[in-house]
Design a protein around this ligand. Sequence first.
Ligand SMILES: C[S@@+](CC[C@H](N)C(=O)[O-])C[C@H]1O[C@@H](n2cnc3c(N)ncnc32)[C@H](O)[C@@H]1O
Length: 260
Amino acid sequence: MKLVTETQAFFNKEYQDREDGPFLKSLQTAFISQMLKKYSGALPDHIHYADDCFVAYRNLGFLSDENFARACSQSGFDHVLYSRIWRVWVVTCSMLSAWKNSGVIADFGTYNGKVLSAAISYCTALLGPRAAEIYAYDLFENPPTEAKKVEHGPKLFEEVCSRLSPLGDICVVKGELPNSIKQSSSDKIAWAQIDLNSAHADLETFRTIYPLLIKGAVVIFDDYGFVRYSETQRSLDHFLAVDNRRVMELPTGQGMYIHA
Ligand SMILES: C[S@@+](CC[C@H](N)C(=O)[O-])C[C@H]1O[C@@H](n2cnc3c(N)ncnc32)[C@H](O)[C@@H]1O
């Protein structure tokens, strides 16, 4: 059974903020309505129309991975998270590749912790509990306007601690990045995600962890491919150019960096 039955969610803020946003939104709404008519209300398994992507004639094996489906549902996914499920899979599958490596796993910009919870649950189900520590960083309350979401507030830190603590040795760190890293850990890093909705915070966080990355470490940049964060891409590219290294831009809007 397909994990995602929803169709496109227009979560990209550009649909509201750009002059052509309403045009693109109405075009896609008409497009999906024609498709649903053709396929009697349920898109075939080879079509994925979410994650700001439309693809056809694809295998999409992760959408029928029962462990992944279970991890998402047990982590309390709502339709917004299901509508960016390919991004969640990139986080989850890349974390799996680092699960048995030495070095910590670190999520910079954890928000409510549901995506992190799904990824950890999936990796644990497949490979067992992790030996090295996992870190989850965020402000949790009073974020900058660009990063603000509905669950931010004085209770979010405690809620994230409760959500993540049953999943293993997870250290939830409240504070402003990148300074909160220096205060909490200088461990080597095997996997990281940086998702702060700010070119400055994304770059400064990456600059701080760069010397800590082990060989083969993976860093997922959630904002890297989105037009809204083109400054994030420019500044990360500029930083890595010194070492002739590159971030791989993915169709989901993420960037994946492998520290070879
Ligand atoms: C887009 S949200 C992250 C979403 C999350 N990765 C997920 O999958 O649901 C961005 C987060 O970055 C946090 N944030 C932004 N700037 C920050 C900073 N300088 N230090 C710590 N957290 C920050 C915000 O509080 C917000 O929760």
